[in-house]
Design a protein around this ligand. Structure first.
Ligand SMILES: [Fe+2]
Length: 291
């Protein structure tokens, strides 16, 4: 029994195409899709098309990521005054302009976690963040980890969300994060996913990493106008796919931008993060960037 485990695609259709092509020759019995299907990359329609093809032709299990929640929130349509904050809000709205009502309905139909039982193998819990919350990084915090493991009956847990490949064993529990397919924070940047092998009553992971098409990705950013849609956010994504982000994530730059704005203007409430503060945070946190 071989299961493909894919998390955090974020609209990177080039990564998804490469991954599915690789999997064609791997005798895959089912696909576990762990959420955050859209986000920083412009290949939105193509990503959804590939996901629906997969759903309609293979045995698939999908859960909903936190990125899917944003698409049903006020971030995407209300508050025209937030247009002044493109680095914060631009990608949410860009994604929203490229999805359909059917896509939204599909996302809303998904659970945030589910238990899967395959043949005589142990049950597996699938989730994006944690089994109880799709924006929780439970593997990165000892207290949360303990809480979640106590609440979870299954011995095998698969999660995404952190964009970092992870393997944890606590007592009888096994926790795996395949890393992010589209938007990995692991360095150097590659397309990351996992094949889970089920044999003799146990599951064993095989982590896979494929070489990315960096220039193809960056060309698509340019063609889609993302440097105008979400200027600093897209420059950060480019740094990441070029492995030039020095271990710094988008979230870390955002936190710094808010700190700078509070110092400079007395207050700052997300998503109203001034562009000058974002630019300053980007330059100080992600050194090495060259336009
Ligand atoms: Fe994600």
């Amino acid at each position: 029994m071989n299961i493909a485990v894919i998390a955090d695609i974020h609209g990177n259709h080039l990564a998804l195409e490469a991954c599915l092509k690789y999997l064609e020759n791997q005798c895959i019995d089912a696909y576990f899709m762990l959420g955050d299907y859209l986000g920083e990359f412009p290949g939105i329609e193509r990503t959804m098309e590939l996901l629906y093809q997969l759903r309609d032709t293979k045995k698939c299990y999908f859960v909903r990521g936190n990125k899917e929640e944003y698409q049903s929130s006020e971030l995407v349509e209300k508050h025209p005054e937030w247009d002044a904050y493109p680095s914060t809000i631009g990608m949410f709205r860009f994604v929203n302009q490229h999805i359909t009502k059917a896509d939204l309905d599909f996302f809303q139909s998904l659970p945030i976690s589910m238990t899967v039982k395959m043949e005589d193998l142990p049950e597996i819990m699938l989730c994006h963040g944690s089994p109880r919350k799709n924006n929780e990084k439970f593997t990165e915090n000892e207290k949360l980890l303990k809480e979640v493991l106590e609440e979870t009956a299954e011995d095998y847990i698969l999660c995404g969300h952190t964009h970092l490949k992870k393997e944890l064993h606590v007592g009888t529990k096994h926790i795996w994060n395949p890393g992010s397919l589209g938007f990995a924070l692991d360095q150097p940047y590659t397309y990351r996913f996992m094949i889970l092998h089920g044999e003799n009553g146990a599951w064993t992971p095989e982590f896979v990493s494929l070489e990315p098409d960096v220039e193809g990705i960056v060309q698509e950013f340019r063609d889609a106008g993302l440097y105008e849609v979400a200027p600093c956010w897209t420059k950060m994504t480019e740094c990441l796919v070029r492995s030039q982000n020095h271990g710094v994530s988008h979230g870390m730059v955002l936190a710094k931008a808010i700190e700078i704005a509070k110092e400079k203007y007395g207050q700052c409430v997300w998503p109203m993060v001034p562009e000058d503060c974002f630019q300053e945070a980007f330059e100080t946190e992600m050194l090495g960037w060259k336009k």
